[in-house]
Structures are given as structure tokens and as C-alpha cells.
Design a binder for this molecule. Sequence first.
Ligand code: FES
Ligand code: FES
Length: 160
Amino acid sequence: MSFRINVNGNDHQIDADPETPLLYVLRDELQLNGAKYGCGLGQCGACTVQLDGNAVFSCVTPVIAVVNRKVRTVEGLGSIDKMSPLQRAFADEQAAQCGYCIAGMIMRAQALLDLIPKPDETQIRRHMQTNLCRCGTHMRILRAVRRAAGLRVDGHAAHE
Ligand code: FES
Ligand code: FES
């Protein structure tokens, strides 16, 4: 079946089984390799992208479900030469160890900051809890999200 999808503002003609996971199309057809295959079951978040602004697991999203919607991947935020503020914050906080989870972490965090530019600590933790980091850099990831939001990176309120 042939259909069009929009990724990072660009339209692409795709020939695929409609049930093909979006993650496979991104990586194998469009060479957008930021989103990673972790569990393939919607349980780790390595494959997270934005769909109409919301964070979704692309490994369990059939590609047909994104027709007439807008997909954004980490490549759509910025590049190594021109990082987005959130990407810059992850780099500044050295929030990656192996890096496998990071594109998904960034896209999940971006969805939060798009909706709530200055989230409180509970909102950040609740929003980020679906994404797992096997290296255990969660505390640095939280610092990076706070930094991008212009909050105190240690997580304490300014008056404390
Ligand atoms: S690879 Fe998609 S949630 Fe784990
Ligand atoms: S940095 Fe290795 S899984 Fe998160």
C-alpha cells in the first residue's frame, strides 16, 4: 500500500504494509536513526517520537496511524552544529552514558515542554517515568530537563 506521511515537516511517499511499525519506517526507509529499537513492546521508550506533539512509542504505532498527522523525531529538533535548547541541556548535563535511550528521552521531554514550558518537579517525574535508562543516568536526565525549562537543575524550588 502506498501513502504519504509527514516527518519533521517533510512529506514522504511510503510503500509499506499499513501495520508496519512507524519505527521501522523511520529507520529503514527514511534513515532517521535517532529513535532506537529497545523492547519493541511499548515498555522502554527508546523509540519515542512526537505525534502531533504528544510523545508516542513508535515501535507500537502502525505507520498508517500517522497519515495526515505530524511526526517529529530527534533529527527534527536540531543538529550537532545547531542543537535545540533541550539537546544543548542534555549535552551540558552529560545526561548520556551509552546514549541508547537518549533520543527517546529528549522527545518525551520535548513533548512535556511544548505543553508546559515550566513544569514542576512532580510533572517532570511523572511525565518521564515511562522511559527507561539502563545506564542509570535518570538523575542527569532530570537535571537536563530542568535546565532546558529554566528551572534550578538540582530540583529544589528557588525559595528553598
Ligand atoms: S522500543 Fe518502543 S517502547 Fe521499547
Ligand atoms: S544512557 Fe545508556 S540506556 Fe540511557
